[in-house]
Design a protein around this ligand. Structure first.
Ligand code: NAD
Length: 425
């Protein structure tokens, strides 16, 4: 399964507006000055380039490449590169800002960035994609850098593309620079523990929240939407900690088992079945897979796609706790109702930040020229996730706001304070 690093916010309404709605509430609660508000609202740098590529048929095709650095106040920018036909600067701006808040919530020394190339990788040959990655890297040679801006995979890119990016950048610099990009294959300096990192962070967040809600994991039930990297790891680790996972799903359907789905068996089945759950017999196939979201469970983990908890189904949600493994699974409008119902929602910018945390560890290891054991990676990322949860929880009590707004408050406050100390022109 592809490793996708911090990615799609994509509230269908408008990603930028959806992000700004939450940003504005948090800024008001914090009493952020107009000056700092304007600094944080606007991206620090936006670069658009044209990339002429010789296609396999010998013709030259020009692609548009984008890189946005929303903020480099806390440190070098960090964020994925998306290869998709509909990449748009507005979306990239929103995603870059979102990375700023995500890194600040988990207190890692990065700003936020994001990149995109408007192309359809599914219709391109390996050679064409390689030439495009290398051209994009060269066009951004003064933007990228281990101390400036560190890309990673996102939709349509993976370890293979990151290896080409690292190689092209290294050639231009005349030395191997592994730390210019994360999400590399292990042999090129990728980190142990990265594959399970996001699901693991979801598990840590869920257990911390259950403790606050006084839900005993050994008596709790859970439903997980999405059985890819994040969902299957979250399900597996939560099951190991005592929860009964009564329902799982992927794009082929949802499966319910009152006694609990055996997650290890489900993973084995998926891996032997072309990566999907079609035909799985460890649970009863649900007539409407969307009903998984409204099951009477203690914990709900949306870990598939954006915008699944919306104004249309939010009133039927029965879970006491929602832990957002996916990016943007809850629409801005559904938020208010979740809060009215008294459901605790651990927001994506906190719950799925285990991924970027271990990407940060990859960069640290590359710079040290040293490899950590999986055990060390897991211990350190668990600690970061638990500390971040506690900080956000305390903030939600202090400002009497839901966890989502509290996470934005923690992030904006950190960036704003750092900016104030550093000073402007
Ligand atoms: P993935 O491609 O490995 O898995 C996605 C899963 O969702 C698949 O099982 C797919 O079948 C399923 N799915 C798709 N549409 C569905 C639907 N309508 N209903 C139910 N299931 C559906 O992707 P992933 O890496 O697990 O990412 C999942 C989400 O987590 C995305 O929103 C991603 O942006 C976010 N995220 C991932 C990481 C990471 O490290 N992988 C980090 C942060 C956030």
């Amino acid at each position: 399964m592809a490793y996708i690093e911090p990615a799609p916010i994509k509230d269908k309404e408008n990603p930028l507006e959806s992000m700004m709605e939450r940003f504005n509430i948090a800024a008001e609660k914090l009493g952020l000055s107009d000056e700092v508000y304007n600094v944080l609202k606007n991206p620090a740098k936006q670069v658009i380039v044209s990339l002429p590529i010789t296609m396999d048929n010998g013709k030259i095709q020009v692609f548009e490449g984008i890189r946005v650095i929303h903020s480099n106040i806390l440190g070098p920018a960090k964020g994925g590169i998306r290869f998709a036909p509909d990449v748009h600067i507005d979306e990239v701006r929103a995603l870059a800002a979102w990375m700023t808040w995500k890194c600040a919530v988990v207190d890692i020394p990065y700003g936020g960035g994001k990149g995109g190339v408007r192309c359809n990788p599914r219709e391109m040959s390996k050679g064409e994609i390689e030439r495009l990655v290398r051209a994009y890297t060269m066009a951004m040679i003064d933007v990228f850098g281990p101390d400036k801006d560190i890309p990673a995979p996102d939709m349509g890119t993976g370890p293979r593309e990151m290896a080409w990016l690292m190689d092209e950048y290294s050639k231009a610099k005349g030395m191997t620079v592994s730390s210019v990009v994360t999400g590399k294959p292990l042999v090129l300096g990728g980190s142990l523990g990265r594959t399970e990192a996001t699901g693991r962070g979801v598990m840590v967040s869920a257990l911390a929240a259950m403790q606050k809600l006084k839900i005993n994991p050994f008596q709790a039930t859970c439903a997980v939407q999405g059985f890819g990297n994040v969902g299957s790891w979250a399900a597996r680790l939560l099951e190991e900690r005592g929860l009964k996972i009564v329902a799982i799903s992927d794009h082929t359907g949802a499966f319910y088992n009152e006694k609990g789905v055996n997650i290890v068996e489900a993973i084995e089945y998926r891996d032997a079945n072309g990566g999907n759950l079609e035909g799985f017999t460890g649970g009863e196939k649900m007539l409407d897979p969307a009903d998984l979201l409204t099951l009477d469970v203690d914990v709900l983990v949306p870990a598939a796609v954006e915008d699944v908890i919306t104004i249309h189904n939010v009133n039927d949600i029965k879970a006491k706790l929602i832990v957002e493994g996916a990016n943007g699974p809850t629409s801005a409008k559904a938020d208010a109702i979740i809060n009215e119902k008294g459901i605790m929602a651990v927001p994506d910018i906190l719950a799925n930040a285990g991924g970027v945390t271990v990407s940060y560890f990859e960069w640290v290891q590359n710079r040290l020229g040293y490899k950590w054991t999986a055990d060390r990676v897991n211990r350190r990322s668990d600690r970061i996730m638990k500390d971040a949860f506690d900080t956000v929880y305390q903030t939600s009590l202090k400002y009497e706001v839901p966890m989502r707004i509290a996470a934005y408050i923690v992030a904006i406050d950190k960036v704003a304070k750092t900016y104030t100390f550093r000073g402007g022109f």
